[in-house]
Write a protein that binds this ligand. Sequence first.
Ligand code: FES
Ligand code: FE
Length: 420
Amino acid sequence: MLSLKANELLEIKNLLESRKPNHGLPRPFYYDDLLYRTEMEFIWRQGWLFAGHSCQIPNPGDYFLFEVDGDSIIIVRSDGGQVNALYNVCRHRGSIICEEAEGHVKRFICPYHQWTYDHEGKLLLVRGMQEELDKSQLGLQRAHTREVEGMIFISLARKPMDFEAAYAAIAPVAHPQGLNRAKVAKIMDFDVHANWKLVWENNRECYHCNVNHPQYIKANFDRFNADDTIERVAQELAVVTARNKAKWGGEGLAITRAETGMTEFPDTEHNIWYSANRTALTDGFVSETLDGEQVAPLMGDYSEAADIGTMRVRTLPNFWQHSSCDHAVAVRVVPNGLYHTNIRMIWLVDAKAEEGKDYDLEKLLPFWLMTAEQDWQICVNQQKGVSSHAYTPGPLSKYKEYNLDRFLHWYLQQIKIAIG
Ligand code: FES
Ligand code: FE
C-alpha cells in the first residue's frame, strides 16, 4: 500500500485545487510521478478492471495474461468452468510461471524449478523439497473476479468495492447481445504514447468527431448537441427512435437514448462508474460499419432484429464497448507508465460464424479500427502539447464536453478520497 508523506499529501492537494472548474487538467497531471503512483494505487488497484471476454477462454485450461501496474495476472478457465484470476508469481522464489501471453495448459508448471499448480492455483507438486512442506499454504495468490454476460472483470483490491450495482445496470442491457455465445474475430494491441487520462478525455466527447471521424459520424447521432441539433437531425432521430420502440420495445430492445449527444457518464455524485444503454444508429445503418450494412451473422437474441441500434457498455477506469446486431468491439485501456497506455481492441462475432464464409475481416474491422487509430493519434498529439511548458488548460464546451468534465470530476474525486 502506498503511504504518502505529509509533504506529498500537500503536493497532491495543491494539485487538485489547481484545476479551474470546467477547464482541462493542468500540466502536472500528465507528468507527475507521485500522482501516477497515487492513481495506480487508489484507482487501478481498487477499482474493477475489465480483463477480457469469457469466450477468449472457452475450455478448462485456456488462459490469457492481463498485465496491470507491473503485475501479471493469469485469467484462466478452471476445470469447474468458472474463471479464476491468479497472480503469475511462483510461490517458491517468485519466477513468473506463464511466459506466453495466452494458451492452454493442463497444469501451470513454473519454468524455474517446476513447482506445479492447478487451474485454481493450488500447489500440486514440488520436487526436491522437505517432506514437512505444507503445500496447502503455497497456492498462487488470487485476485477477485466477476463475470457479467461474458465480460470478465477483476479487482486487485484486498476488499473489492461493490459490484452488484454495476452488474444490475449492465446485465439486462447486455444480455440480448449474447457475448457469452460469441467468439473472438480479432484482437489488436496498441501502445499509445499518451497518458491514460487523455485517452478517456478524448473518449468522453464527440466535439472532435466531425473533422476527425468521417466514418463514425455517418452512423451516429452523438456528434450533435443542443447547440447544433438542426430540425432535420432531430426529426430523423425521433423517427428512428419511435420506429424502434414500436417494433422492439416489447422485446426489451428499445433505444434508451432518445436525445442527440452522448449519454451522460460518469456520475460522481451517485458513484456511477458503470453504464449500459442502447443508442440509435442513423437511418439506414443497422451496424457500425463503413456502409451501415450487416457484416456478420446476427448475435445473441437478435434472431430477426438487425435494426436495434447499438448496445454500449462503459466502466471506469478501463473499458468501453460498442455492440451492433452482428458484432461487438471492446476497448481495454491500461496505463503503462505516465506517457504510455496499452490499449487492446477485441472484435467479437457469433460463436458459430466462420471467417471467410459468414464474415470477412476486411469488412468487419475498418469502421472501429479507423476510428480508434484516429483517436490514438489525437491522444498522441495532445500528450505532446500538454507536455509543453506553454500549455495551460483552456475552457471546456458546456454543449460538447460535459462528459469530459464529468470524467475529470470523477477522477479528481477518486484522488481526493484516496488522500483523505
Ligand atoms: Fe518457481 Fe522455483 S521459482 S519453482
Ligand atoms: Fe474519437
